[in-house]
Design a protein around this ligand. Sequence first.
Ligand SMILES: [Zn+2]
Length: 98
Amino acid sequence: MSVYGRARTFSILLWVVFLLSPAWLVWLLEAGPGFVFLGFAAWLSLGVVTLIRFRCTNCGNPAFRYRALKWIDKDGLLLWGPFPKKECGVCGSDLAAQ
Ligand SMILES: [Zn+2]
């Protein structure tokens, strides 16, 4: 599977976990403060996975980091997004083909 395909699957799973957060947050709060800390650490580690795991093989830019807000700057600002893009934000190579 391509970098884009893996990143897209991961972001869908991440959004499902996020949308179910009212349920598991209540469960963590009832379980105790240690479990809240563990849940927070697990959520942060999922964010770190997006930094490390889904990178352009050409330049190393993460698939979730791309150029946006082109009305501010003509090249766009290099920002983080909630979904990956098919085109690398730095070198422009096709992440769906990698
Ligand atoms: Zn690239």
